[in-house]
Design a protein around this ligand. Structure first.
Ligand code: 9E8
Ligand code: ZN
Length: 261
């Protein structure tokens, strides 16, 4: 790893239980690059998002969710490892209190300061998210690593509105945001594996698609994420929303496939 890179071992969060009770395909995991298996049958991923389906931003007390109207097939994801058509319902992030850690997945134990999750549900087989979340082929989540670097112009529209959802349970209208601007330029190179939600209900319903290429955001942009609060406006003690990632889970015999050699 690069000098100064923060690894899994050094961070206290990682000493927690390695296996969730009763699960054998839990997330997040460490992606061991040399153990991933190239799958030539994996197709290119074809996201097709309509910015007009963007509706609001909500602080749920753990992260902030940018929610999309998923009552029609307007913002969809197909291809890659997916057999069916999936509908975008929200995206959110996980991040640390420092730039040394924050991502949920790691690549050969390398931690990133944050990770974007774009959450989709199988609209060919199910009629709503709540149904799909209980099924093993119900969800598809695209994971994108964030690194500190140049300012992300597309992200700034989102960063500017975050102070309006500082407290838990606050909601603000947010429209015409194209989530495709948060994807890396190369979306053909990814890892994919069968996993779970990384927060309750922790259901083993997720086909994970983790992008090999990261996106860059500025230090100041990530600092605004950390200005959010876990706590509601009424609570006396305000707690900064940081380190909202889960302890890594064991692979338990699963194979991580790659779309590239
Ligand atoms: N982290 S995931 O993509 O596996 C995931 C996707 C969807 C859900 C159901 C909707 N709920 C939700 O998104 N909750 C949430 C998000 C971020 C944090 Cl830090 C805490 C809770 C849960 C987990
Ligand atoms: Zn997440």
């Amino acid at each position: 790893q690069e000098a100064g890179e923060y690894t899994m071992k050094m961070h206290p969060m990682w000493q927690g239980p390695l296996v969730a009770p009763g699960g054998n395909r839990q997330s997040p995991i460490d992606i061991r690059v040399r153990k991933s298996v190239f799958d030539p049958h994996l197709k290119p991923l074809t996201p097709d998002y309509d910015p007009r389906t963007c509706s609001q931003i909500w602080n749920n007390g753990y992260s902030f969710l940018v929610e999309y109207d998923d009552t029609t097939d307007k913002s969809t994801l197909k291809g890659g490892p997916l057999e069916d058509n999936f509908r975008l319902c929200q995206f959110h992030f996980h991040w640390g209190e420092s730039n040394a850690w924050g991502s949920e997945h790691t690549v050969d134990r390398r931690l990133f300061p944050a990770e974007l999750h774009m959450v989709h549900w199988n609209s060919d087989k199910y009629s709503r998210f709540e149904e799909a979340v209980m099924e093993e082929n119900g969800l598809a989540v695209i994971g994108v690593f964030l690194k500190i670097g140049k300012r992300h112009e597309g992200l700034q529209k989102l960063v500017d509105v975050l102070p309006a959802v500082r407290h838990k349970d606050s909601v603000v209208e947010f429209t015409r945001f194209d989530p495709a601007c948060l994807l890396p330029t190369n979306i053909d190179d990814y890892w994919t594996y069968a996993g779970s939600l990384t927060t309750p209900p922790l259901t083993e319903a997720v086909t994970w698609i983790i992008m090999k290429q990261h996106i860059e955001v500025s230090h100041d942009q990530l600092a605004v994420f950390r200005s959010l609060l876990f706590t509601s406006a009424e609570e006396e003690v305000q707690k900064s929303m940081v380190n909202n990632f889960r302890v890594q889970q064991s692979l338990q015999g699963r194979t991580v496939r790659s779309s590239f050699t």
